[in-house]
Design a protein around this ligand. Sequence first.
Ligand code: AP5
Length: 214
Amino acid sequence: MGPPGVGKGTYAAMLSQAFGIPHVSSGELLRREVASGTDLGRLVSKYMAQGELVPDSLVNRVLFERLSKPDCRRGFVLDGYPRTLSQAEALEATFPLDLAILLTAPLEVVVERLAGRLYCPACGEVYHEKWRPPARPGVCDKCGHALIKRADDAPEVVARRYSEYLSSSKALAEFYERRGKLFVFDASGDARVLCPRLVEKIEELLRGKEVVKL
Ligand code: AP5
């Protein structure tokens, strides 16, 4: 959990590698529905383009379908889901989490991160013009596709996404705090330096619980 641009996708990809479990991003699953032109994609595209939350029933449908796949049986790292109390309640009743990590960073840091973000529409890889540039400018290192700026990274849409985040984040954090599952992590520094510390902390917090590790 955390505001737009705080690094949820960046950390989730690193944690997925460290723990050998899939990275499941609600934003990425929804963007793929839109790009494939499915009925669901048509329904959700107008919310996403305006920086508004997609209705819970639609997001839950996509997420639960993904989490029911065999590769999620040993666990998964969620990114951007749950986002509302109702999503958290539905998730807890079906796929209860071990831990909910809230990433934090000052507003000016997340604005700079989103302004420089580059995205590969083919494989979903994320870059940053300054912090994580691709080897060849404008080209994805992983699949060779041309990189783009996400349409919802336009400043006026970022402002809407940020205010959506503020309106639901407190209740969500309290939900997991009451269950003893909340861990708040300052993500304002360099993710490559901070991620090994986060992995250590997760292992410490989950010690004694049955958690997968490669
Ligand atoms: P989603 O794709 O989840 O967007 P978001 O939450 O706004 O988060 P972002 O993907 O923008 O940022 P991030 O925190 O993952 O940062 P990243 O790692 O990319 O959702 C998009 C839309 O889908 C929503 O607006 C909504 O419409 C819909 N939606 C999704 N989930 C939903 C749900 N559950 N319910 C309802 N609607 C939903 O990093 C950002 C940039 O910074 C990158 O360029 C990265 O390289 C760089 N960076 C990251 N960390 C660092 C660092 N430590 N140092 C320097 N640069 C860094």
